[in-house]
Design a protein around this ligand. Sequence first.
Ligand SMILES: [Zn+2]
Length: 180
Amino acid sequence: MAEVVTVCVNPQCGERTTWFSQPNFHGTKIAAGKFLLSYGIILAGTSATKVFRALKHMGMTCISLTTFFKYQREKLIPSIYLHWKKYQAELLDELKTKEELRNEVGSSPAMEYAGFCRSMEYLLSLVAVKTFVSDRHSSITKHMREKLSDIIHYFDIWHIKKKVTKVLTKIVDVKQLQSG
Ligand SMILES: [Zn+2]
């Protein structure tokens, strides 16, 4: 870090001012520029030696490798590790909630139906649903026919197309086998 001390030339004043090329992090003695350079290098996954050499070619002074490794060891790696642990715990919690829904109802198709019931109930509390499009899930079809008959229920053409393609491919394969 560069430090510039200026003294007023007026003999009656003589005031001294000190200027620093970078601020410290609030409440610490860590220079923000030095630390953020180390942080940037580690996140980019690049080589500190090469970055420092590049800066040297530009005539810029910067931190030493020793300082870089000190920040890496004492501050950066522990922070990244703690952040990752927190992120991982949140992900696991989220997955547990999903797992609970499945356990509550037993199987994957039952979960789809339970999810549909909850979402539909939520939607109906907010808006008037006139038309509903889904795949040909049998419980959902039955529910729409029996309990929500005032809503027009369409099947998603993509799912039907997928099924038709599957059936046709099967027929063609059988014929080919027979003729061959
Ligand atoms: Zn002055």
